[in-house]
Write a protein that binds this ligand. Structure first.
Ligand code: 13P
Ligand code: SF4
Length: 337
């Protein structure tokens, strides 16, 4: 097959596989090739902390959901390649629509976003008239469009506290983050029953046993974890907050209850400290997010080379989803940096 025919058949596979299934020369230096393509095409790579270390190392910006949203909104690059999951690439498109947004694998989804289907959510909102709707950024553009304001794990407490004290609030889709925000803000939130498969897998019992073996290690946790884990934690925060904490804290050892990708930046930032991934409640590597880990250097290279798969969005949906995103960015200036 010649290269044009190969590309045509790979593009038709996008619908089923979600990525360009083309052969990559095994002798190609992918780091060099990706760097060259970034320059040639004026492209920027935004990578979440949960990506593989190699992907974090080729990124122009690494961050949590809030930090990456800000970078996506302000970049003047022609192409934004999002090394993350679908809702993150959607967020980039919502905020910066004139850029071409590439997601190396369109099937990089999110169990939390999937746990909140728009039709069921509409019915839920109809059952709670008069409530303001605060949605965690880990949701689809359709859910964002049904919301009053978006939040991330960096600013969720601040966003909820920015609403009038007597305002009833629906919080979606993560019930664990919602419970944490309710506790921190003292507000009575109506919670959608969604959760993240990665953060729900940690075993409080195994963590307790690990702490017994490593009494010097502090447990630090992401607020998407279950309450039983958060109750044991010495520090709770977004991925950026966890990373900042281990650099500023006087301790030497940490049990980290979030996706394992963050350990790469922690080890780089504090090489003299020890980081132990919190154990899942079975023997699988389920504290690796299977959606985040769909991205590979090969897929990133192919996406930049062929400028596909591209994230596209219907304009009226984008405009409706943008208003609550803009509100979040306005309300949280200076937060989570
Ligand atoms: P943050 O990026 O806000 O820390 O959230 C983590 C997460 O689950 C992203 O999918
Ligand atoms: Fe979604 Fe959880 Fe993966 Fe984040 S870690 S992308 S919330 S499934």
């Amino acid at each position: 097959m010649d290269s044009a025919a190969l590309l045509t058949s790979a593009k038709s596979a996008l619908d089923t596989k979600g990525f360009l299934d083309l052969p990559v020369d095994p002798s190609l230096d992918l780091f060099e090739a990706i760097e060259r393509l970034k320059q040639e095409k004026n492209a920027v790579i935004l990578a979440h902390y949960y990506q593989d270390p190699d992907i974090q190392d080729i990124a122009d910006h690494i961050g949590d959901s809030l930090g990456l949203s800000r970078k996506a909104a302000e970049t003047d690059a022609d192409i934004i390649l999002f090394a993350g999951v679908h809702f993150m690439a959607e967020t980039a498109k919502i905020l910066n629509p004139t850029r071409k947004v590439l997601l190396p694998d369109l099937h990089a989804g999110c169990s939390l976003a999937d746990s909140c289907p728009p039709d069921a959510f509409k019915t839920f909102l109809d059952q709670h008239p008069g409530h303001a709707v605060v949605s965690y950024i880990n949701c689809t553009a359709e859910i964002k469009a049904l919301s009053d304001v978006i939040c991330t794990s960096s600013n969720a407490v601040h966003i909820v506290n920015s609403l009038p004290a007597d305002q009833p609030i629906v919080f979606a889709p993560d019930k664990n983050l919602g419970r944490y925000v309710a506790r921190e803000s003292g507000r009575d939130l109506v919670l959608w029953d969604g959760s993240c498969m990665v953060h729900e897998i940690f075993s409080a019992e195994k963590i307790a046993r690990l702490q017994h073996r490593h009494p010097e290690a502090a447990l630090i946790a992401h607020p998407e974890c279950e309450a039983v884990v958060l109750e044991q934690a010495s520090f709770i925060g977004s991925t950026t907050a966890l990373l900042n904490f281990v650099q500023e804290d006087g301790g030497s050892s940490y049990i980290v209850a979030t996706e394992t990708g963050i350990l790469h930046q922690m080890q780089k930032a504090a090489p003299e400290k020890t980081f132990i991934p919190a154990p899942p409640d079975n023997t699988c590597a389920c504290n690796d997010c299977p959606h985040m880990k769909r991205n590979t250097l090969e897929k990133i290279y192919l996406a930049l080379e062929h400028e596909a798969p591209e994230l596209e969005m219907e304009e009226s949906l984008r405009v409706r989803a943008k208003a609550p995103m803009d509100r979040m960015l306005e309300w949280s200036v200076g937060i989570g940096r």
